[in-house]
Design a protein around this ligand. Structure first.
Ligand code: SAH
Length: 349
C-alpha cells in the first residue's frame, strides 16, 4: 500500500485546515464526513457530490484502509461469523448474533491478543497489532448492513468481546465508540455498548474518565487471586485488590453497575470457597453476574462444570440478592463462540 494515511485519522478541524491549504471550501468537510462516517464509502470516487477536482485531491493525499476481503460463516443457530482480512493482511473476526428482538454485534479491538487466559483459544494467537479506531468502526458499519439485510433490523447491541483486550487499545476503542455515537452518523446509543475487559485497572479508570456512558463487563472467572492467576496468568500483575479499586473508581464516576463474567470450570472454581469469594466481591459494588457457558477449545484441562454446581452458585448468589444470569453459547459449530475466535477459516479464504 502507498505511504498515505487513512483520511479518517484527521478530525474535522484538521481536514478543514487541509482544505484551506488546497484552496477548497471548508464546508466540504461536512460532506466528506457524511460519506465517511454515515454512508461508509470504500473510495473517494463514490463521493458523488464532490467535484472531480476535490476527489482527485483526496485521492492524491489519502487512502481508505478498508478490509481487503470479508468471508462469512453461518451457524445452525443463526449466528454469522465474519472473517475479515485487513488492508495489511492481518485477520480479525466479528460476529453477528440474533436473539429474539435483538441483534448483537461482537467486535474485535486487536488483531490477536497479548493476554494468556488459558481457557481462551484467541490467547494462543500472538497480538499482531492494535486496530485503528476506523477499523473497529468498520466492523460495526459492515455488520449493521448485514444485520439489515439478513434480519431486517439494525444492530441493537454492541459487545467488545471479539479478539483482543479493548482496554489495552483504549484510545482507539474510545474514538471508535465516539464515532458510533455520532448523531449525524450511526447515532448508536452508548447504553447498548458493553466493553468487556479481562481486568486492566489502569484502563478501567481511563475509560471511566471518558464519560462515554457505555457498560463495563469484567471477565472475573475467579474471585480468589491464587486461582485467577492460574487460569489467567497475566493477572499476577493486576491483583484483585487493584482491580476492585479501579472498579470503585468506575462506579463513583459513572454510577454504572458492573457485570462480572464468570465461567464455572469443573474442578477448578466449582466449590463453596469460590462461591463465597464471588459473593464477597459482588457485595462491594452494585453488580450482577453473567455465567458463561464454557466453549471447548480442544484442551482437556478445562471442562464446563456439572449442572448442579451451576445451580448451587445461582442459589447462593440469589439468596444474597445478587442478580445472575446464564448465557447460552452461540455459534459453536462455526467457532464463533466466546473464546473460539482464532481465524480458523482463513486457509479457505
Ligand atoms: N479480552 C476481553 C474480551 C474478549 S473475550 C475479555 O477478556 O473480557 C470475551 C469473553 O469470553 C470473556 O469473558 C472471556 O473470558 C470469555 N471466554 C474466553 N474463552 C472462553 C471459552 N473458551 N468459553 C467461554 N468463554 C470464554
Amino acid at each position: 500500500m502507498e505511504n498515505k494515511d487513512d483520511i479518517r485519522l484527521l478530525d474535522s478541524k484538521q481536514l478543514e485546515e487541509f482544505f484551506v491549504g488546497e484552496n477548497q471550501k471548508k464546508f466540504r468537510v461536512n460532506q466528506v464526513f457524511d460519506w465517511l462516517w454515515n454512508k461508509g464509502v470504500d473510495s473517494f470516487s463514490q463521493m458523488s457530490n464532490l467535484s472531480d477536482n476535490l476527489r482527485n485531491v483526496l485521492d492524491k493525499n489519502f487512502v481508505l484502509k478498508k478490509p481487503i476481503e470479508i468471508k462469512s460463516y453461518r451457524s445452525t443457530d443463526g449466528t454469522i461469523k465474519y472473517s475479515i482480512k485487513l488492508y495489511d493482511k492481518n485477520y480479525i473476526e466479528a460476529v453477528l448474533i440474533p436473539t429474539g428482538k435483538r441483534v448483537t454485534a461482537c467486535i474485535s479491538s486487536q488483531a490477536g491478543c497479548s493476554l494468556d487466559c488459558k481457557f481462551c483459544a484467541t490467547s494462543r494467537l500472538i497480538r499482531k497489532r492494535n486496530l485503528f479506531f476506523y477499523e473497529i468502526f468498520d466492523q460495526l458499519f459492515y455488520l449493521n448492513e448485514q444485520s439489515k439485510f439478513y434480519f431486517n433490523r439494525k444492530i441493537s447491541n454492541i459487545v467488545f468481546m471479539g479478539m483482543g483486550e479493548p482496554l489495552l487499545n483504549h484510545k482507539n476503542v474510545v474514538k471508535a465508540i465516539k464515532k458510533m455515537k455520532m448523531e449525524n452518523g450511526l447515532n448508536f446509543s452508548a447504553r447498548k455498548i458493553t466493553i468487556s475487559t479481562s481486568g486492566i485497572p489502569k484502563g478501567i479508570k481511563q475509560i471511566a474518565d471518558e464519560n462515554l456512558n457505555c457498560n463495563l463487563a469484567v471477565s472475573l472467572h475467579s474471585a480468589i487471586q491464587k486461582t485467577r492467576q492460574i487460569i489467567m496468568p497475566f493477572s499476577d500483575k493486576f491483583p484483585l485488590e487493584d482491580l476492585i479499586e479501579s472498579l470503585k473508581y468506575w462506579y463513583t464516576v459513572t454510577k454504572k453497575k458492573i457485570l462480572y463474567e464468570y465461567i464455572i470450570f469443573d474442578g477448578i472454581n466449582d466449590n463453596i470457597e469460590h462461591i463465597d469469594a464471588l459473593i464477597k466481591i459482588c457485595k462491594i459494588l452494585p453488580s450482577k453476574v453473567n455465567f458463561i457457558e464454557y466453549n471447548p477449545i480442544g484442551d482437556e484441562t478445562f471442562r464446563q462444570c456439572k449442572v448442579e454446581k451451576l445451580r448451587l452458585y445461582q442459589k447462593y448468589l440469589s439468596s444474597e440478592g445478587i442478580v445472575n444470569t446464564f448465557r447460552v453459547s452461540r455459534g459453536r459449530d462455526i467457532k464463533a463462540a466466546c473464546g473460539q475466535l482464532i481465524n480458523s477459516n482463513k486457509e479457505i479464504l
